[in-house]
Design a binder for this molecule. Sequence first.
Ligand code: NAP
Length: 337
Amino acid sequence: MIIKIALIGLGNVHKRLLKIIDDKKQRIENEYDLTFQIVMIADSTGVAVKEDGYNEKFIIDHKAANKSVKDLPDFIEARTVHDVLKDLDCQLVFESSPVNLKTGEPALSTVKTALSRGISVVLANKGPIVMEFSKLHQLAQQNNAGLAYSATVCGGLPVLNIAKRDMIGADISKIRGVFNGTTNFMLDGMLNGMAYDDALKEAQERGAAEADPSLDVEGWDTAFKLVIIANSMLGANIGLKDVDVNGITNITQQQLETEAAKGNTIKLVASAEDGKYSVKPMVLTKDDFLGQCNGWEMAVEIHTDIYGINYHKLWEREPIPTAASMLRDAVNIFNSK
Ligand SMILES: NC(=O)c1ccc[n+]([C@@H]2O[C@H](COP(=O)([O-])OP(=O)(O)OC[C@H]3O[C@@H](n4cnc5c(N)ncnc54)[C@H](OP(=O)(O)O)[C@@H]3O)[C@@H](O)[C@H]2O)c1
């Protein structure tokens, strides 16, 4: 089956997704009978459409040469992603444009347009699903479209999938986690003598930090993930306003060293328990599971009534696992249709 794709955003995540789609093409065809054909691409300069499909390597090389979508012969002048999607022949949208903390736009409108037309959507961008969780699920269901966003939470760690697929009948009483690799790396880096700015710069160079890194260091990225997790896994129906959010901007090297001397560590911890949701730096002992989540790791702890306490951890230094999660979501959607 050929799946025609609109790829929105050509940054850190989608450049890696393009490479994965190219590298794994034959395997996905053999194992799932799915062929992904990218017929539309978009970056901040606009949209281009090629009905017989783009070559993935060509797009990667085009961006690596510092060129943009507007430099392509198939660039469509004066039309937005939203306009083009209204009548594009495609079955799937991959959305990885920058997150918009206030409105979720322009991605939110794009996602609504796609789902209304029965086009499935896979997100790495958390904005749309944080802003309109119920509405988007309703639209997807009404129009028999897939909607998946496992890449929005802890990169390649299949947190949402574990809860949905592998915890049938569970009541989850508590979730704790370290959900942001950038800040976790920065805290470790600072303890090991790196300056705050140098640690952040390394995270940016690796493509792990948000385009606006204040979203990482002020705790908002973690809060977004907590909202998605709470709504998906706990049926919570919460928004950002329900989360008490503090970041790592006030954490000093001296505090980290003082706690380390006592055998402790400081982590940016997200927690959901008893209807209370918070993101804050916490002093943890080294034998705490989250206290052992170091550097480029992310982790989640899920407390259940019948599946015990589940502990999961991932090492992700650049967003290859995040991009792979988008492939996973896409295959799961079309494999189950
Ligand atoms: N990086 C990670 O580790 C990671 C992990 C999980 C989730 N995410 C999420 O994934 C999304 C993408 O992250 P990223 O690191 O790939 O970001 P990025 O490197 O900043 O790339 C963003 C891409 O979106 C394009 N863009 C900007 N405005 C656009 C618009 N209005 N319409 C279409 N495209 C637009 C940019 O265009 P130009 O190329 O012209 O600048 C760029 O290609 C974000 O929402 C982020 O929160 C990222």
